[in-house]
Ligand binder design. Structure first.
Ligand code: PGA
Length: 256
């Protein structure tokens, strides 16, 4: 964590909570954060519900003036047209979203998304005024064959080739072997990769851009391990899956 970048704790709900459950959950989370004296000037909190929940979550966050940002878990690379089942970034902006996750490993694996597709999704998000949260990370096999940093650095480079140079983004380093496994990377391992990612950003986008860009760690983040990650100089927050569905646990992560 650096003194200049605002930490971001992002909750990726994945395919959990219907819109009624989402409304109740968001309200509880807001109360819990308030009780914990959460200060949005110190840490930014964003939640990423399923598409069908976004309108309900928007209604409650606006009505109650909650200091919670929202984002989508995916976005189309296209603006509009004959793309059955896809969601345009413009629709998300209209729903008050600030972010869109692109390239989560579950989409790379299950929906055959390449770095180029992911990069184009990020570009579409940025064009509509969203900040893309670009997910990258190596599998256990990649780790064995190439070490920790090589694959995520090349995923970053390939995606950046599709994204306009001035577009703000958040990078989320999520080793695939750590996601949902209960065994996170160590803070030292994650720092090593996040440092290499920042060096790649410096090379491709310049020092100011790299200094301003937030790089998150994701993969089995919990209240008990978040402080270790946040103590590292190149880790600016976390993308949290399972633990973001538990109000107390997520609050404790936000209060790292
Ligand atoms: P996890 O998921 O925290 O449940 O490991 C992280 C993610 O997939 O973003």
């Amino acid at each position: 964590m650096s003194a200049t970048r605002l930490p971001l704790i992002a909750g990726n709900w994945k395919m959990n909570l219907n819109h009624l459950e989402a409304t109740a959950f968001t309200q509880k989370l807001a109360w819990s954060l308030r009780d914990a004296k959460y200060d949005p000037a110190e840490v930014e909190v964003a939640i990423f519900p399923p598409f069908t929940d976004l309108r309900s979550v928007q209604v409650i966050t606006e009505a109650e003036k909650l200091s919670l940002k929202t984002g989508a878990q995916d976005v189309s690379e296209h603006e509009s047209g004959a793309y059955t089942g896809d969601i345009s970034a413009k629709f998300l902006t209209k729903l008050g979203c600030s972010y869109a996750i692109v390239g989560h490993s579950e989409r790379r694996e299950g929906h055959h998304e390449t770095d180029e597709i992911v990069g184009r999704k990020a570009a579409a998000a940025a064009a509509a005024g969203l900040v893309p949260v670009l997910c990258i990370g190596e599998t256990a096999e990649d780790l064995k064959q190439h070490g920790a940093a090589a694959v995520p650095v090349s995923q970053l480079e390939n995606a950046l080739a599709e994204i306009p140079a001035e577009a703000e983004l958040v990078v989320a380093y999520e080793p695939v072997w750590a996601i949902g496994s209960g065994s996170a990377a160590t803070p030292e391992q994650a720092q090593e990769v996040c440092k290499a990612l920042r060096e790649k950003l410096t090379e491709l986008r310049g020092a100011d851009f790299a200094e301003a860009t937030r790089i998150l760690y994701g993969g089995s983040v919990k209240a008990e391990n978040i402080a270790g990650f946040m103590a590292e100089p190149d880790i600016d927050g976390a993308l949290v899956g399972g633990a973001s569905l538990k109000v107390d646990e997520f609050t404790n992560i936000v209060k790292f």
